[in-house]
Design a binder for this molecule. Structure first.
Ligand code: GLA
Length: 730
């Protein structure tokens, strides 16, 4: 287990419970090459896989073929401009205008645990949980150090990579600095990625990998609704339970690139990291650049195993804070209940009704500050609007607390409305290119958080509000993407640093927030789920999934999201009908079943819904309390996909000890001539029996998995069933 170095063969072997990763130091020039990543190997002698004895031979054997050899040697981190024509992970521009870089091996270090990444979110693990390998490489001409870092989480089967680039030579511009590269033989891979738009985030797409470059990326300044910094390469025929899967995910919240490419030698190179588009980081002598972390997960047992590895890694080694292993309070959010039209009295009406039904926290959404009566104004003016919040915030919170409820609040700290006191005082605080009128997005500009005084000011506004009352939850929103990149303060030669500096600024502010308010429950949000990424998870244990709360839409969003994120992180609510985004009417009960797969809460005017619906809330509250430990901490299995079959969806969570399982079945559309549905469960103990709590029937675990469970036919659309299985000794 862990990491070993075999000096004679110059091979590093990184092992987790089920996987091995081999790195070789090759030739006199000491190229750091990739040998193998996949199912666990007993030994380390797999260097033949690099084919260094085949033509085109290594430089030491045929110096003239250097160009070709670099194009086909499988590399751990690439060179640039010296013969490898595939995508580079690093590139520079020297003072003389040259772009060539070629880092080669110098030394290494292996140690227990893993270091923090300064200013960046990062997975964490103590001695005994993870081991780290650092390979120091150097470009001798530039005197540029490239430190490749690999941390192996043995218990969860994941490998984390990041890179530190230190300039020991003359000042230069780093024009690309990706986090990881993986070169493999192409095995007819297919790629799975997550795409979308506002209100339909993280829809899965699967397609064959062909020759040339295929990528997903963001250049929007945040991860975005449109693409996720994730890709899985799978062998043909891979399903939930079978097939080989290589998953790549970036722990980052800004512009990214995940790209795979097949070249003339049928090598498939996958790279992941900060997008090189519009990127340039000035490195003076002695300065260092640290890349975000890339997570690599291999599964030889299909997509389901990859999913559970990501869940375990993020739950155990990324999410922090008091709430990471705790049930979250059931909240009621007033956004879709009132939009901007509320006051103290209205909020108290909602709270009164909600608390009587068992709801545990009131969240006051957008519209409580400045003269924010619509989305045209007031972002930046973080002073309580006492015309709406009559009696002040402390009074409102106190009254809500007296009802036995917690209180939460919405902020959008990164933004500034042109119609705001803040903008009138500091027009230069908005991101803009001198001489150009910046584009508005939702009628607002973005604050130039790369300026310390700007982020300090807005942070202090948020902190002052939080200190003024007993506020136990914050929804941190970000409702537009970046354009017109320009800063009144960054020097011209550092303007290429803007996007990354912006992300670092958000991280700095959120770190400050959770340090100053350690008991706060933070939920990130971005016009729904545009910043649902592992970077944000380091600061907030939950993220709002989507502004689309329709349960049918959510099935597809939750399927894509849960492929890589634990259910404990997925912000999910029960909303009113007809649904505000798609106009669909669905049963209240079904809305509850779908929200149960996430953090659970309500987003409706509980004083206005029908008596029949209101009467269901205490039952849903009890259902949440009964199942949330299992949902949050259990192993997740995808049983059926509505996206694929167009009729029904089914997922299952099984407790780690396999003593209990919860199956959620949602029939979207009823279908004629169908009797009961037979669904093969997964993850149970094949040698044990399980009782269905709802019916009392007892089944063998193996029969439920290899034969299936029968879900009686339902003659209606949009219906749900919960099946609770309890292991019995018989
Ligand atoms: C975004 C969020 C919503 C709500 C509004 C408020 O769209 O995703 O939940 O908070 O902003 O303006």
């Amino acid at each position: 287990m862990g990491i070993q170095y075999f000096e004679k063969e110059r091979i590093f072997k990184l092992d987790t419970k089920k996987t091995s990763y081999l790195i070789g130091i090759v030739d006199e020039e000491k190229f750091v090459c990739h040998i193998y990543y996949g199912k666990k190997l007993s030994g380390h002698r797999a260097e033949y896989l690099m084919r260094t004895a085949e033509s085109p031979f290594l430089p030491s054997q045929n110096a003239r073929d250097r160009q070709v050899v670099l194009d086909c040697l499988p590399m751990e981190y690439t060179s640039n401009g010296v013969g490898d024509y595939k995508e580079s992970t690093i590139s520079v521009r020297t003072k003389a205008g040259n772009v060539a870089v070629q880092p080669t091996f110098e030394s290494y270090r292996i140690f227990q645990g893993k270091p923090k990444l300064e200013g960046l979110p990062a997975t964490f693990g103590k001695e005994g949980e993870c081991t780290t390998l650092e390979i120091l490489c150097r470009d001798a001409v530039l005197n540029l150090e490239v430190l490749l870092r690999y941390s192996v989480f043995e218990d969860v089967d994941a490998i984390i990579r990041s890179v530190e680039i230190t300039n020991k030579g003359e000042e230069l511009l780093l024009t690309r600095a990706l986090s990881a590269c993986l070169d493999m033989d192409n095995r007819d891979f297919e790629m799975i990625t997550l795409h979308g738009g506002w209100a339909r985030e993280r829809h899965m797409q699967r397609k064959p990998v062909g020759y040339g470059r295929q990528s997903v990326l963001s250049r929007r300044g945040e991860t975005s609704h449109q693409d996720q910094p994730f890709m899985a390469l799978v062998t043909p025929g891979t399903n939930q339970e079978m097939g080989e899967v290589y998953g790549f995910h970036l722990v980052y919240s800004g512009n990214f690139l995940v790209q795979t490419e097949v070249n003339q030698f049928d090598i498939c190179r996958t790279v992941i990291g900060i997008s090189p588009e519009d990127f340039g980081w000035k490195l003076e002598t002695g300065e260092k650049f640290v890349t975000p972390e890339a997570v690599l997960v291999y599964s030889g047992e299909g997509l389901g195993q990859m999913t559970r590895t990501f869940h375990n890694l993020y739950r155990r080694h990324l999410i922090r804070g008091e709430y990471r292993n705790k049930k979250r309070p059931i909240l009621i959010n007033n956004w879709e209940a009132t939009y901007f039209n509320f006051n103290t009295e209205k909020l108290l009406d909602i709270a009164r009704e909600a608390s009587a039904l068992g709801i545990e926290m009131l969240v006051m959404d957008d519209g409580w500050f400045g003269n924010r009566c619509d989305d045209n104004r007031a972002l930046g003016d973080w002073q309580v609007n006492e015309e709406k919040i009559q009696g002040g915030l402390a009074n409102l919170v106190e009254k809500v607390n007296q009802m036995g409820m917690k209180f939460g609040i919405w902020f959008e700290p990164e933004m500034i409305s042109p119609d705001s006191n803040l903008y009138r005082q500091h027009p230069d605080w908005a991101i803009a290119v001198p001489g150009r009128t910046p584009a508005l997005g939702r009628n607002q500009y973005v604050l130039d958080l790369t300026r310390k005084e700007v982020r300090d000011y807005v942070y202090q506004c948020v902190a002052d509000v939080l200190h003024s009352a007993n506020i136990e939850y914050v929804k941190w929103d970000m409702n537009r993407q970046l354009t017109d990149i320009g800063s009144a303060q960054l020097p011209p030669e550092r303007m290429g640093e803007f996007y990354h500096r912006y992300v670092l600024a958000v991280y700095e502010m959120q770190e400050r927030l959770i340090q100053e308010f350690p008991h706060l429950l933070l939920e990130n949000c971005s016009g729904g789920g545009a910043r649902f990424d592992p970077g944000m998870l380091y600061y907030s244990p939950q993220i709002w999934c989507s502004d689309d709360i329709d349960p049918v839409e959510r099935l597809v969003i939750h399927e894509g999201t849960a492929m890589i994120y634990p259910l404990s992180a997925m912000g999910a609510h029960v909303a009113d009908c007809p649904n505000h985004t798609v106009g669909r009417t669905t049963p209240f009960e079904t809305r509850g079943y779908v929200a149960l797969a996430g953090t659970f809460g309500y987003e409706l005017d509980v004083t206005k819904i029908s008596e029949e619906e209101r009467a269901q809330i205490p039952g849903q509250v009890a259902m949440y309390h009964k199942y949330n430990d299992l949902v949050r901490e259990g192993d997740y299995y995808r049983i059926a996909s509505y996206r694929e079959n167009h009729y029904f969806d089914c997922w299952e969570v099984v407790s780690e000890d396999k003593k209990e399982a919860l199956v959620t079945f949602i029939q979207v559309l009823s279908r004629p001539n169908v009797h009961s549905r037979c669904l093969k469960l997964q993850g149970l103990d094949a040698s044990k029996k399980y009782r269905v709590e709802e019916t009392g029937e007892v089944f063998d675990g193996d029969a439920l998995m290899y034969g299936g469970i029968l879900i009686p036919a339902i003659y209606a659309d949009f219906q749900g069933r919960l099946i609770h299985l309890i292991q019995v000794e018989e």
